[in-house]
Design a protein around this ligand. Sequence first.
Ligand SMILES: [Zn+2]
Length: 168
Amino acid sequence: MTDQHLWAPWRHSYITSDEAPEPVSSGCFLCDYLQQPEDQDRCNLILSRGEHCVVLLNRYPYNNGHLLVAPLRHQSKLSGLTPDEHLECMNLLVQLSNIISEQMNADGFNIGLNVGKVAGAGLPAHLHWHLVPRWNGDNNFMSVTAGTKVISQSLDSLYELLSRNLSD
Ligand SMILES: [Zn+2]
């Protein structure tokens, strides 16, 4: 028995790596985020996890306050959602647009769902509503001519503002 070695090459990278192993990706960032422990929610920009739906900030916003509302289940079709999932998503969109109107003085909203890749969905396999606040004059020359937008509020302070109001 003395000459036997346990050959465990995977231990090498475990021992030499000082970083936590990357979680296995499901290919869907929403499902990846939801599988991670809730203490990661803040850095994943998840504002709230409901019974059926999740709210998160869009990391690449079209406009200040751009949010995503999605069912917890990986579902690509509207007809695949249960009545409870539809209702909770809609209620969240109403609640969030009220908060943004009051707290950020939004003048209007684009609320939309891109179903399928052909419709422009960046993540066609997992439905998600976009909630994009609008302000009078926000479609200014910069976004038209340069394809850039000035996002005045940082994601961090936006997260603070919305999570404070959402938990009230
Ligand atoms: Zn998913």
